[in-house]
Design a protein around this ligand. Structure first.
Ligand SMILES: Cc1cc2nc3c(=O)[nH]c(=O)nc-3n(C[C@H](O)[C@H](O)[C@H](O)COP(=O)(O)OP(=O)(O)OC[C@H]3O[C@@H](n4cnc5c(N)ncnc54)[C@H](O)[C@@H]3O)c2cc1C
Length: 464
């Protein structure tokens, strides 16, 4: 029982930190907005018109305002958003064919709300996406259903799960339907840097041609394996575990339209629908090394250790999926955001910030960051003064904290608490967490609202 109080204390603590950060960010944002409206900035007395003036003339290719590297979740959404705001956008994506991956398949309701803000919510239509209303949590033969607290939202607001590639293609199509967005297949090899300012990129086209393109702002969205981030930040990437992915067919989840989290030993196991006929399973394998797929160790591990812990209704399909052999894996990376990029460049999406994917928060953070960046860039007519722009965008790193830090902190904390451990204190904490959430109602609503990115605090002086 005492652990339930500890857990309640932890959740209350994070909630208070969250409120504090939101409060101070909101005040700064309001001040900044009024500075923009008055035409001058506090930061170094840089006026909006100065940012707009071509003080340091830069070569631009075809009058491009913004180069975006990568058209995954972040890059594609950003291209549409900035294109819709009238920017000339050049997107360079390594592979424009539909991605086939085991990442980014469950969008939290908070992410769906961001899609609405970006006018991209139709990108989850016509891809057989499934609505998600919450999670079912399993431990030692017991289970509990945890619903997202969505009552105050429009009936359409819920999580969505889908094939990641289908979702991305929809966003790419929408972006490239804008005539001021040029979406080109090519691999960016490095950034063009002159006197400490990023001026554009070197890239190789589909046909092997080596080209450069220049713009006042380059936004790097090249994902979790980013090659370019090292020239913009030195954040440390950690890999606490891998997800091993399978697709189950011909079966139904015990709780329809819910993600399922099995607090197994030693692995956490996730299930969620990715279409009306397929269920994704992700098995967390901690540490740097995975059992080998080639010599059959992985199959053996899945069949002997994981299968007995899978809910009975899913076991046959799970074994069928193993026998089919389409077993894939991805490293689960986490990386704190680095708030000081070089003038002329920004990092977004996983290239900028990562957290353990247990809580499916990555796309929500990326989309939330895009909404913020869009709002900050909107009043600026030109982006040519790289240093001033860089300074002006410093507020982005504060404003993003209420959503990003909450989701990141919760992902890390829940992963630590939910992982099996031989330590008796950790075992008790895991049990206490399960028992606490099983109480339902207000006990699960708070954590679920934080996890889903749906929490909203209203202050009289806070916009939105
Ligand atoms: C196993 C796993 C499961 C996950 N599950 C979820 C989930 O359920 N829900 C959720 O919200 N998040 C999830 N995430 C996180 C989520 O996938 C990411 O947060 C999200 O995809 C980030 O989008 P992005 O655009 O930054 O990267 P990506 O979507 O990976 O896009 C990067 C793009 O850049 C392109 N690119 C790379 N290098 C270059 C180059 N040099 N030149 C040109 N183009 C380049 C790539 O081809 C790619 O299209 C998961 C992550 C993992 C690892």
């Amino acid at each position: 029982m005492v652990y339930q109080y500890i857990l309640a204390g932890i959740i209350a603590y994070y909630s208070l930190v969250f409120v504090f950060v939101l409060y101070s960010s909101a005040s700064k944002k309001k001040a900044k907005v009024s500075e923009i409206n008055n035409g001058c900035f506090n930061n170094n007395n840089i006026s909006e018109s100065e940012i707009g003036k071509n003080i340091c003339p830069q070569e631009t290719s075809e009058n491009i305002d913004i180069i975006i590297v990568g058209a995954g979740v972040a890059g594609a959404a950003l291209a549409y958003t900035l294109g819709k705001d009238g920017r000339q956008v050049h997107v360079i994506e390594r592979d424009l064919s539909e991605p086939d991956r085991i990442v980014g398949e469950l969008l939290q309701p908070g992410g769906y709300l961001k899609l609405i803000e970006l006018d991209l919510e139709d990108c989850v239509d016509e891809i057989d996406a499934q609505k998600v209303f919450g999670y079912a949590l399993y431990k030692d033969g017991k289970n509990t259903k945890l619903s997202y607290p969505l009552k105050k939202f429009n009936v359409d607001v819920s999580g969505r799960s889908f094939h990641n590639g289908r979702f991305i293609q929809r966003m790419r199509d929408k972006a490239s339907s804008l005539q001021n967005v040029k979406l080109e297949q090519g691999t960016v090899t490095s950034l063009i840097e002159e006197n400490g300012i990023i001026k554009g990129v070197y890239y190789k086209t589909k046909n092997g041609q080596e080209l450069t393109t220049k713009a006042p702002l380059t936004i790097v969205c090249d994902g979790c394996f980013s090659n370019l981030r090292r020239s913009l930040c030195n954040s440390k990437v950690e890999v606490p575990s891998h997800f091993v992915g399978l697709v189950l067919e011909n079966c139904n989840l015990p709780y329809a339209n819910h993600g399922h989290v099995i607090l197994g030993d030693p692995s956490l196991i996730l299930f969620y629908p990715i279409s009306s006929t397929e269920i994704r399973c992700l098995v967390d394998v901690s540490g740097q090394k995975l059992p080998s797929l080639g010599n059959g160790d992985m199959t053996h591990y899945l069949k002997t250790v994981v299968v007995p812990q899978v809910p009975e209704e899913l076991q046959c399909s799970f074994v069928e999926a193993i026998d089919k052999g389409n077993i894939r894996s991805m490293p689960n990376r986490s990386m704190a955001a680095c708030p000081y990029p070089k003038p002329g460049a920004l990092l977004m999406g996983d290239a900028f910030n990562m957290r353990h994917p247990l809580t499916g928060g990555g796309m929500t953070v990326a989309l939330s960051d895009i909404v913020l960046l869009r709002d900050l860039l909107r009043p600026l007519h030109h982006l040519h003064h790289a240093s001033a722009l860089c300074k002006y965008l410093e507020s982005f790193y504060t404003l993003r904290k209420p959503v990003a830090s909450t989701i990141n902190t919760l992902a890390g904390a829940l992963y630590k608490v939910f992982c099996a451990s031989s330590d008796p204190d950790n075992k008790e904490m895991r049990q206490a967490c399960f028992d606490y959430l099983s109480l339902g109602g207000v006990f699960s609503d708070g954590p679920m609202a934080l996890l889903s990115g749906c929490i909203r605090y209203h202050f009289p002086h806070c916009q939105g």
